[in-house]
Design a protein around this ligand. Sequence first.
Ligand code: F0G
Length: 478
Amino acid sequence: MNEPHDEPRTDESPRTMGQQFGRRSWAEPWRIKMVEPLSVPSREERREALEEAGYNTFLLPSEKVYIDLLTDSGTSAMSDRQWSGLMMGDEAYAGSRNFYHLEDAVEKYYGFPHVVPTHQGRGAEHLLNQVAVDEGDVVPGNMYFTTTRLHQEMAGARFVDVVIDDAHDPASDHPFKGNVDLQKLSDLIDRVGPERIPYMSLAGTVNMAGGQPVSMRNVRELRELCDRHGIPIYLDAARLVENAYFIQEREEGWGDTPVADIVAEICSLADGAWMSSKKDHLVNIGGWVAVDDEDLFDRLRNLVVVYEGLHTYGGMAGRDMEALAIGIGESMEDAYVRARVGQVRYLGGLLQDWGIPIVTPVGGHAVYLDAKRFYPEMDQEKFPAQSLAAQLYLESGVRSMERGIVSAGRDPETGGHRHPELELVRLAIPRRVYTQAHMDVTAEAVKAVWDRREEASGLEMTYEPDFLRFFQARFRPL
Ligand code: F0G
């Protein structure tokens, strides 16, 4: 039988059905059973809402948003199976059967036998770092993530970025921009000593680099290097499924391996993982940390009762754990992942056709606009990406997120702004939520802002919270 998605898209193939009656290379392996109405607030309403939100898209009420691309976290549409799983919630305080389903699913797909549930990813980050890190330690990672680094720092460690240089270059076309630079890591180990490194923090994909993957080869080489020094590897597995899809697509020798097997292979090279199930797992809340080591598990399981809840629910309701256990299996289906990553790439392709600067290659969960190339004259301390996200909302009601100097925060040692190379606006695509037509409308909205890019003047910050400032900071136009 001829499968429509067997035919790979080529760069010459038309991107929209309107362009030509060309064949599409993929279609979603689901149909829509229930819909949620959307409306477009007027320009005047958007202007008022933006002002009230202090030009921070995190502070907008969602009712004032048309297409919500703030995040792919917790915003997925669940399947009919997951919804029916909610009805099977066992809300026992201790020993809920849904927890055992979750434990089985994690072991089956990720291979780690010991699972501690948490309310979401940062709950897992908190536990793992409190247990693994000592004051004065150094944690290397393939680029920082906001909450991850904060929990490493709050546990007493200093984070050191060991991602390859290409990750910091939005225009580099490296197929695995999330790779660890083994030389940087090796130099770090020599400098501080392996005993000061409690673990290697390995994210697949790398969110802040644009949703960029790590290659299997790189993970294998990393494993060898860490083995030589007795350093464990813990995975940030939030989007590991999407990472595995890129390996299947791009790395020699993996083209015929199912995504689920690639995920399992990566996990077999790690000592544990923490998870924000709000991403890959197609649920609205949930997470876990899972490890091989029994002693580490014991300490995690003890600490979870202090901060999250008993070790058989960790802050989730029984029904949430059931939906999550089902979502894990669904997230690993090849046809699903192809359509998911394909939709993100479709949006990226539309923008590239118009010459709009984005991070390339297009990543797994989001398209990232390059605010430095959007507003080349704007000083980074005028918050170009924050300004661009505000403009896009004002223009169209499309909500995006800053991933630049505001997100990077202040250096705890100097107190000054960190100045990241990447000054980006993220258009994150929720899973199974929006259609191709929503992507078309989004691309046209970005194009309208691009056409008027000369008008932007930047922002100044008027309120700055102490932690993770991007969530709650306020701004005003200059
Ligand atoms: N790790 C990565 C790579 C993430 O992207 C996130 C969350 C977390 C950990 C923390 O998980 O939100 O469940 O506590 N990222 C969201 C985002 C917030 O929009 O990218 P959490």
